[in-house]
Design a protein around this ligand. Structure first.
Ligand code: NAD
Length: 467
């Protein structure tokens, strides 16, 4: 047996025990993880700095997400674990119906690099809360964060309850070959397909958290100063390596020129306020590696070759893994950037004349993870929300819908993902929702009318229901 299979078998061996663990026991595990995060806070900051040049506060915000989910789970765990009484229907009259949420068994969390600590730990919270053993596979592109996550987990939980598997694609593939009960995946679409296909081999349930091209609609009535400020932040934050970051703007043609000058102004106001240069800013992180830097640069170069105008930015330094915050316009459908997720600090700006054009532009791409509407017209807001689809949407802001409210489930639709994380929804997705019917055995309630030979009374009852 390989080392990975051996560790997996150990996790499997505690399924039954964990399934019957109490709310207090589960809460204590979550507390131990949080204590580890707090203890290693400075190391986590240093890892993020080495990996992406991220500002401490931006990493702190990532950790706040973990705390929010842990606190909420601890507060509600006893309630979530209680059998839920279900009202009777005519057909279950006299019986007792309930739903019990049981652990699925062993959950695999296969995660990405852009918020590496949160992506490893946030999905582990509902998995543990629901009484599962958990295997975490951090991204190989964020190895310093992965190492700290491993140490936190090893300190907080025994190895038959949680295990961290470091490594690259080979480790991922070996893990995917094992009969996990649920697979939680964060990453790109092409690997998402692999996860979905291999999960089928063992009928594992899945949560897929992917990305895509999240659009921003700005109509004639929008507060442009406000929109430009928030979009400059939403696109440059974490150097655009945010799954819900705004990828492209569709703005009413009457407001385009004003918006283009405002967004350039705002990028400078937020990220070059001292005039030292965007590349010197402590708030403009680096791309995770040279390969992704080159990929983003190629998207910008391809767009320029095909007629895009650079409104601001456009520069890059491969060795430094730096992509200058960039705004492009004069976009066309033959540009790669209009179809591929950038996952970098590059915003494309398109225009529209009629609302139908907006719907047409969005529908030419797969369902996005997020959609943003900037408008002060309630009727227009409703129109755009009702005629588009996305995992989540925000009106008059962006990137504030994830990790901010555990009562607001998060996830994608279609190619941007399936399943939800956050609070009770996360707990439910890591649980088997088992319907249970209790039949009392007294003769008034244990009526076996549906057994053959069928009575006239039963025949009339069923036939009447068909009318
Ligand atoms: P990725 O798909 O390259 O990697 C994710 C994980 O899959 C890693 O652990 C990696 O080891 C593994 N993996 C890679 N290739 C594999 C293969 N062939 N077989 C099996 N496993 C494999 O993703 P990434 O580049 O690290 O992350 C960026 C993507 O993640 C973006 O598309 C972004 O939108 C998305 N994302 C989504 C969310 C969300 O919550 N929806 C959050 C963050 C990132």
């Amino acid at each position: 047996m390989s080392e990975i299979a051996d560790k997996f078998a150990k996790l499997q061996s505690s399924r039954q025990r964990l399934r019957n663990s109490s709310a207090k026991e589960r809460a204590d595990k979550l507390k131990a993880i949080w204590a580890g995060v707090v203890e290693r806070k400075d190391d986590i900051f240093a890892a993020g700095h080495k990996e992406r040049g991220t500002h401490d506060l931006d990493i702190a915000a990532e950790l706040v997400m973990i705390k929010g989910e842990i606190d909420f789970a601890i507060k509600n765990l006893a309630k979530w674990m209680k059998a839920e009484k279900i009202k009777n229907s005519l057909n279950t009259m006299g019986k007792r119906c309930e739903i019990r949420r049981q652990s699925k068994g062993v959950v695999l969390n296969l995660s990405a690099y852009n918020a590496p600590t949160a992506e490893c730990l946030v999905p582990a919270i509902p998995a543990i809360a629901a009484g599962n053993a958990v295997a975490i596979k951090p991204s190989e592109h964020a190895p310093y964060s992965a190492q700290i996550v491993q140490e936190i987990i090893n300190n907080a939980l025994p190895s038959d309850e949680a295990e961290v598997f470091q490594g690259g694609v080979d480790v991922s593939q070996e893990l995917l070959g094992l009969p996990f009960d649920h697979i939680y995946y964060t990453g790109g679409m092409s690997v998402g397909k692999i996860v979905m296909k291999t999960a089928a081999d063992h009928f594992a349930s899945i949560t897929l958290e992917m990305g895509g091209k999240s659009p921003v609609i700005i109509d004639e009535t929008a507060n442009l100063d406000n929109a430009a400020k928030k979009l400059a932040w939403g696109r440059v934050m974490n150097a655009g390596q945010v799954c819900i970051a705004p990828e492209y703007v569709i703005i009413h043609e009457s407001r385009k020129d004003q918006f283009l000058s405002l967004i350039e102004e705002q990028i400078n106001a937020l990220y070059n306020f001292d005039g030292a240069g965007l590349d010197k800013s402590a708030y403009v992180p680096r791309i995770i590696n040279e390969r992704h830097t080159a990929r983003i640069k190629a998207l910008v170069d391809d767009a320029k070759e095909k007629g895009a105008r650079v409104v601001c930015g456009g520069g890059s330094d491969l060795e430094d893994r730096y992509i200058e915050p960039t705004v492009l316009t004069n976009m066309s459908e033959d540009m790669d950037i209009m179809h591929e997720e950038v996952f970098g600090p590059v915003l494309s700006v398109l225009t529209y004349g009629s609302r139908e054009e907006v719907l047409d532009i969005i529908s030419r791409r797969p369902s996005p993870l997020a959609l943003y509407v900037y408008s002060t017209d309630d009727e227009a807001i409703e129109y755009f929300l009702n005629n588009t689809s996305s995992g989540s949407a925000v009106v008059n802001s962006n990137c504030i819908q994830s990790g901010t409210n555990p009562r607001l489930p998060f996830g994608g639709v279609g190619s941007s993902g399936m399943g939800r994380i956050g609070g009770y929804e996360g707990f439910k997705s890591m649980s088997n929702e088992r319907s249970i019917v209790h039949q009392p055995l007294d003769r008034f309630r244990d009526i076996l009318i549906m057994l053959p030979p069928y009575s006239e009374r039963y025949n009339n009852l069923i036939m009447k229901a068909l009318k």
